[in-house]
Ligand binder design. Structure first.
Ligand code: 3HC
Length: 292
């Protein structure tokens, strides 16, 4: 099976990035959100990102216009009925994802493959609820989607070779460098990244060093583009918390347990860059760490 038409459900940070790279790679894309307001937000984000690529000389104006013309936006789930592949990038709640796939199963033809961009839930649970166990695949992108080269392509014990191969080829056609992962919570990257981020918070709680110095240490000592606290703010404190809860629930290992400071930050609405404040205050020209 060759994928030519794509649906993206959810047009937040990840969904808009996925829709953008798919349209740039020549796919016909329908993006679905639940309200006109959310569609406006996603449409703006994609347009700005495409315009910035033109300004930086990475995309010609003609290629930007062609990509833009391949994108359609809708609040109606039935507009995804004719898609070869539907990728969900909605809230990280298993009940919401199961409900979505079950509704899509009624709308889409039997050939349509469903993919989830989940970061920590298991694809098996969604496949079981989808009504088409052999055609559900994990397709985990990284933020910022237009920049990060990796995509984790995930199969369950029930995924057919045909569906898996088609989605793997799709990831390559996006210009990404896919890897294959088994369906375990966190796949490969988050399995290793999440304990690292949580450990950094635990060391901060212990008073090992300041936010800036821990970040500087990991950047300059290991050549990482961002230290763990800047990365937490970038990914979203609420997202890191949610992922760690899901992974702790799955593995019951203390290294996935959310540290108290992370919980307090979520309660205070300090979600990182998207709310202006997390471990750093992002409102100025450069981030400045805030008292915690
Ligand atoms: N969209 C498109 N392009 C972007 C972008 C965005 N949102 N943000 C940055 N870029 C591009 C810039 O245009 C620039 O491209 P150029 O060099 O070709 O002109 C390039 O990325 C570098 O950007 P900047 O010079 O502005 O800034 P940096 O050098 O600091 O890079 C960064 C920014 C790419 C975000 C870099 O800091 C980085 O790689 N950080 C780590 C990101 C990371 O680890 N992501 C994974 C998070 S985990 C995850 O997503 C999984 C989930 O399940 C939790």
């Amino acid at each position: 099976m060759v994928i030519e038409t794509v649906g993206v459900v959810g047009c937040g940070l990840m969904g808009s990035g996925i829709a953008e790279v798919a349209a740039k790679a020549g796919f016909d894309v329908v993006v679905r959100e639940v309200s006109d307001e959310l569609i406006e937000g996603g449409r703006d984000r994609i347009r700005k990102s495409l315009d910035r690529a033109v300004e930086r000389g990475k995309l010609t104006e003609a290629d930007r216009d062609a990509a833009w013309s391949r994108l359609r936006f809708s609040t109606d789930l039935s507009d995804l009925a004719d898609r070869h592949l539907v990728i969900e990038a909605i809230i990280e709640e298993i009940a919401a994802k199961n409900e979505l796939f079950s509704a899509l199963n009624d709308l889409c033809g039997p050939e349509t493959i469903f993919a989830s961009n989940t970061s920590s839930l298991t694809i098996t649970d969604m496949a079981a609820a989808s009504g088409r166990v052999d055609r559900v695949v994990g397709l985990h992108f990284f933020n910022p989607v237009p920049v990060m080269q990796l995509v984790e392509v995930v199969r369950t014990i029930a995924t057919s070779d045909e569906a898996f191969d088609a989605v793997y080829a799709f990831a390559e056609a996006l210009g990404k460098k896919p890897i294959t992962a088994k369906d375990n919570s966190g796949f490969v990257v988050n399995l290793l990244l999440v304990p690292y981020l949580l450990d950094a918070i635990r060391q901060l709680e212990r008073g090992v060093a300041s936010v800036e110095d821990i970040d500087r240490a990991m950047m300059l000592g290991l050549g990482y583009p961002m230290g763990p606290f800047a990365l937490c703010d970038f990914v979203g404190i609420d997202t890191v918390y949610r992922i760690s809860e899901i992974m702790f629930d799955e593995y019951r290992e203390s290294r996935y347990a959310p540290p108290p400071l992370l919980k307090r930050m979520v309660s205070m609405g300090r979600f990182g860059r998207k709310t202006g404040k997390g471990f750093y205050d992002w409102s100025g020209d450069r981030p400045v760490s805030v008292p915690l």
